[in-house]
Write a protein that binds this ligand. Structure first.
Ligand code: HPA
Length: 307
């Protein structure tokens, strides 16, 4: 017995290496969801994941309630610089939303189901729409640093290697054993996001493309990037895919975009090297545009897509 009233007697130390931690049971997740619901005035219908350097998306919410991950039973904690590690609730364009300021990555040592566990908590507290953002390296030669790519599809490379957040016994209260993924990213939201970018005349360029997530934490070799390019990947990062799989499993509607923080080094004679500081810096440079972009998308969803 570990004395934590929020667990089912399993030993959870918050870092993902619990002794009996093959999954979070539905009951564990309900405990987590109830704890969160007890601290907020109403249920959010939109969830937003703030990517590296994009935490400011949450800073301008109105009437905020902030819950640090460390206070939430069963929640992992964020260990990456540039990721604050808290849930921020509040109004965005007049709609009540929840932002994850800081997400969980496989390279932090967390299994994929645990990286994506906050998505199930979001579902249980009322979220029906997920807006996932990330920082990514641009593989498509047309992409420059600071560009934005709406994700139209992904290649689940970690899934090819047998690693998937939905592995293990299926929890049918969330979704089916074999969820389809051919419409993972909502087409209407992609089109509307493009319209918004154009109509609002946001600075910089907006593309649409295919994303892949690798395990990290190292950036890719030249040969790996060339292989990804051959496979049709436009941008590469270390997140999002497992969150989207989990969100679609429980039938959330998903929009996702990547901020291209660096152009991938595809040539042995190119002496530039990607680094995390650059990822954070480009995020900061683009955060006010991306915040306005997300606000407009939220306003569209609230007006046209919410029941
Ligand atoms: N590779 C992987 N992840 C990333 C990159 C990259 O080049 N840039 C930002 N996140």
């Amino acid at each position: 017995m570990n004395g934590n009233k929020y667990t089912n007697g399993e030993i959870r130390n918050g870092n993902g290496f619990e002794t009996n931690g093959d999954s979070c049971t539905y009951d564990d997740l309900m405990i987590t969801a109830k704890y969160v619901l007890d601290r907020i005035p109403k249920m959010p219908s939109i969830g937003i994941i703030c990517g590296s350097g994009m935490g400011a998306l949450a800073d301008t919410l109105q009437d905020k309630t902030i819950i640090p991950y460390g206070e939430i039973p069963n929640f992992p904690v964020s260990t990456v610089e540039g990721h604050a590690g808290q849930l921020v609730f509040g109004a965005c364009s007049g709609t009540y939303v929840v932002c994850m300021q800081g997400r969980f990555h496989h390279y932090e040592g967390y299994p994929l189901w645990k990286c994506a566990m906050p998505i199930r908590v979001m579902k249980l507290i009322g979220v029906e729409f997920l807006i996932a953002t990330n920082a990514a390296g641009g593989i498509n030669p047309a992409f420059n640093e600071g560009d934005v790519m709406l994700i139209k599809d992904h290649i689940n490379m970690m899934g090819f290697a047998g690693n998937n957040p939905l592995q293990g016994p299926n929890e049918s209260r969330f979704g089916p054993r074999f969820p389809p993924m051919c419409k993972a990213y909502d087409r209407d939201l992609i089109e509307k996001a493009k319209d918004i970018w154009k109509n609002q005349q946001f600075d910089g360029r907006l593309f649409e493309g295919v994303y892949t997530c690798l395990g990290g934490p190292n950036f890719e070799t030249v040969a790996e990037l060339r292989m990804l390019k051959l496979l049709g990947v436009d941008a590469v990062g270390m997140s999002t895919v497992h969150e989207v799989l989990t969100a679609r499993h429980c039938n959330m509607t998903v929009l996702a975009f990547s901020l291209i923080t660096n152009e991938c080094v595809m040539d042995y004679y190119d002496h530039s090297q990607p680094n995390h500081e650059e990822v954070i810096d480009v995020g900061k440079l683009r955060q006010s545009t991306l915040r306005r972009f997300v606000e407009e998308i939220v306003a569209y969803i609230a007006k046209n897509r919410m029941k």
